[in-house]
Ligand binder design. Sequence first.
Ligand code: BG6
Length: 294
Amino acid sequence: VIISDGSSRVLAALPTGESVEVLLFGATVLSWKDAAGDEKLWLSKDTKLDGSKGVRGGIPLVFPLFGPATPNHEPTSKLPQHGLARTARWEFLGKSTSEGSSSSVKLDFGLSSDSLTESTKALWPYKFGLLYSVSLERESLNTTLVITNDGDESFDCQMLLHTYFRTKDISAVQITGLEDSKYIDKVDGVKTKTESSSPVTFHGETDRVYTPAKGPGHPIVISNSDRPCFRIVRDNLEQVVVWNPWIEKAQGMSDFAPKDGYKNMVCVEAGSVDGWQKLDKGDAFEGAQTIHLL
Ligand code: BG6
């Protein structure tokens, strides 16, 4: 494990060459490479990496709010879009490794409400602990978030693993596993729709919150030109957000570069974002994804 860049990044690699890099702001996975050194995640060239904004790329963590504040949910109404975890500075708690034929490395990160700045605490006053584990194996990456309520007061929360997958050409991308599933279409005036029995393809701005009909254990597969590239298996996360900003939205984002980068990314985001998880004193919620390389 190498800690670099003024101790703001943690890099870990397997003896066979696979690697993962995590920024302490947001505990954001910035890079995941296979043994050949090929990058699996998309990262904007103009992203902020100083905690002034969420990272545009990699795997930002969304907590305790998904999307913009909803005025009818008072406790989260002061939070910025996607909450506070993606910009907060997390602590690196350490690594564990296992060697041999199935070698792996696990990096643990923590964030507690006690370590937030006073101005951030004022946005969401609850006592919580977050433990985030990033586990790299030869052919997969697992990211697991455990949320605990460390205070006396109950709170409502949402969480999401906002993964930006690198793709060759968005117009050749197909996503399977979302067939016949209900989704909220955020592009088309937040309407509820039902997906067809065909794979999802991309022809314009796409921003959908799916609740896959087959449940979290059923994999979501991302393919490019009929070649399967990633298989995502969720644990305890009922929703999958599918997002591509397309031409105009990409133009409008100051941290999105190059501007035609929308062709090389697709966000497939495992989360618990439809309604709220209520955590009472002492309760915990755990959500995870495992991304397999195909
Ligand atoms: C997605 C949302 O998860 O994140 C989109 O569904 C949003 O609506 C996108 O535009 C990016 O959000 P942000 O805050 O990183 O620009």
